[in-house]
Write a new protein. Structure first.
Lengths: 169, 192
């Protein structure tokens, strides 16, 4: 199997990164590089990459550290505010629902008109019979079959379309 | 209810005040760390993405995520490796996004237009190198840069790129050979 590394590789890399290659290294190491294919490749590639790195670093356009810190702080605060705001919103919704329920219960318990209306409604509901309602309903569906199919399709298609749109966004 | 809301507000204010203290380091330490690493990281990101502006954006995002990470660092090397790991993942995500938009700028184009080069020789050298790097796989670019520009060990490179240390040696060898071929360099460092 062909070797993929050489024991002198790290020494050559260090020499390149420290700007010692090739002038300020041991003559023995230079001779080794001339004979070793792997080390020759390491020297060539490491030299090319190191040159590129130096030129890139010189042209690097990095923002000021103070600006990066400030932006990070602002963003962290904004994210913290969003996180902290979420439980408050949930608590407020629950509290509002409880208050509405309590208000409705109080109104139902104290209003004579509401009590009378409730009794009327319950008694008329108990007078209705399922046996009489079902045939009427089926006859209505049979007469307006196309309309019912269209409504069913709309009920299925609209939520699916909304879901897909939101998913895409 | 009012009492509860007021309490929540106080808690929220405390959370907001403490938001910056949730960072892994204080401002002075960050500034010193940034001064040591930002330029090198920008060069890495620019080479990885082939886009200067994207490199700057990713640099800021990298430092933000680094600051917000709930990690403890043993030493400078550990800290630096973590920074490069975040940057590598962000660059990978950015590449995937640009591929999915099918509007990716070919890697290296933007770097070739870099201003203020010292001389024509340097421009040609950079252009050749940029083109060769752009033709490598992103992982090969990252691997070579970490090994030969940052002087990272095999274990560090494996950690940053999420690879196995045992397979890295062979992968690095292949990447180096590919780049040498693209640069048209014969073994020994001379151009044929």
């Amino acid at each position: 199997m062909k070797p993929v590394d050489c024991e002198f590789e790290s020494e050559i890399l260090a020499a390149v990164l420290q700007d010692r290659w090739p002038a300020r290294v041991d003559a023995g190491l230079r001779e080794h590089v001339a004979a070793c294919e792997i080390c020759a490749e390491v020297a060539a590639i490491a030299g090319a990459i190191d040159n590129d790195r130096q030129e890139m670093r010189a042209q690097a356009s990095v923002p000021d550290s103070g600006r990066v810190w400030w932006i990070a702080q602002m963003r962290a605060r904004r994210e913290a505010a969003q996180t902290a705001g979420r439980p408050i919103t949930v608590a407020q919704v629950i509290a509002c629902a409880c208050a509405m329920g309590l208000l409705g219960a109080c109104f139902g318990a104290t209003s004579a008109w509401f009590q009378a209306a409730l009794h009327r409604g319950l008694s008329s509901l108990s007078a209705l019979r399922l046996q009489t309602l079902l045939p009427t309903f089926l006859a209505f569906v049979a007469g307006h079959g196309a309309l019912f199919l269209a409504m069913a399709a709309i009920l299925l298609v609209i939520p699916a379309a909304v879901y897909l749109t939101l998913l895409r966004e | 209810m009012f009492r509860e809301t007021a309490f929540n507000d106080i808690e929220r204010d405390r959370t907001l005040d403490g938001a910056s203290t949730g960072f892994v380091m204080d401002e002075d330490t960050f500034r010193a760390f940034y001064a040591r690493t930002a330029r090198g990281l920008w060069a890495y990101l620019a080479r990885l993405t082939g886009d200067r502006q994207l490199a700057e954006d990713l640099l800021q995002e990298t430092f933000y995520r680094f600051l917000r990470a709930s990690a403890t660092y043993d030493n400078e090397t550990h800290r630096r490796n973590s920074l490069y790991r975040i940057a590598t993942n962000l660059a990978r995500d950015a590449r995937r996004r640009s591929l999915s938009r099918a509007a990716a700028v070919p890697a290296g184009d933007d770097i070739e237009r870099m201003p203020s080069l010292q001389d024509v020789g340097a421009t040609e050298r950079i252009t050749d190198f940029t083109r060769a790097m752009a033709r490598l796989k992103p992982r090969e670019r990252a691997m070579l840069w970490l090994a030969y520009a940052e002087g990272a060990s095999h274990q560090e490179i494996a950690n940053v790129l999420g690879l196995r240390t045992t397979s890295l040696k062979a992968m690095l060898f292949r990447a180096r050979r590919n780049l040498a071929e693209l640069l048209g360099r014969a073994p020994g460092g001379a151009k044929p």
